[in-house]
Ligand binder design. Structure first.
Ligand SMILES: [Ca+2]
Length: 185
């Protein structure tokens, strides 16, 4: 009887080992990740790489062309078109802190034009998780004229599929811009 029990347990043990071996030979289900589709790493800094002006108000706040119409003395501006450039400030209305400003301007941009400025050195917008004011000015002497601004959020965006977008389209106050962004951990 004791021998039979012993054989029985031997049989059970052997069966167990066989099952383990069979199991260990089976591949675990494994989904091959798509290229570049690694685990999402939280970012803590962002750089502005470029800004595209998609559209802007046709007329200035006085309902006049942005510039004085000039079709006789160079530099000519027969349609009084705007000469836009961008800058980045905080939301302080009385004395905004200028973080970055485009050192050049576009000349005589028509409403149907789409002009883009690429930053040679991407600008690191700090602090992270902050709203900035991205202003569009019409270059003029002695003083440039504010054409409008959009709110640029630098931080983790609420879209769980794309919290760190390469580009954001912002439309506000009659201004439409696309801002190129680069993210770092
Ligand atoms: Ca002009």
């Amino acid at each position: 009887m004791q021998l039979k029990f012993s054989s029985f347990f031997k049989y059970i043990s052997l069966a167990g080992i066989v099952m383990l071996l069979v199991n260990s030979c089976q591949d675990d289900p494994y989904v091959e990740p798509a290229p570049g589709d690694g685990p999402l790493t939280p970012k803590s800094s962002a750089y502005i790489t470029g800004i595209r002006l998609n559209s802007f108000p046709a007329l200035d706040p006085m309902s006049l062309p942005w510039d004085t119409i000039n079709d006789s003395i160079p530099p000519l501006d027969p349609n009084g078109l705007a000469d836009p450039f961008f800058n980045l400030t905080d939301f302080n209305t009385s004395n905004p802190l200028v973080f970055w400003s485009q050192g050049t301007h576009f000349e005589n941009v028509d409403l149907t034009d789409s002009v883009a400025y690429t930053l040679t050195t991407p600008y690191k917008a700090e602090p992270f998780n902050t709203n900035f004011k991205l202003n569009v000015y019409d270059f003029d002497l002695p003083d440039s004229v504010l054409m409008g601004y959009v709110t640029l959020f630098i931080g983790e965006y609420p879209d769980p599929d794309n919290p760190y977008p390469d580009a954001v389209l912002i439309e506000e106050n009659g201004i439409s811009v696309t801002v190129g962004l680069k993210w770092e951990e």
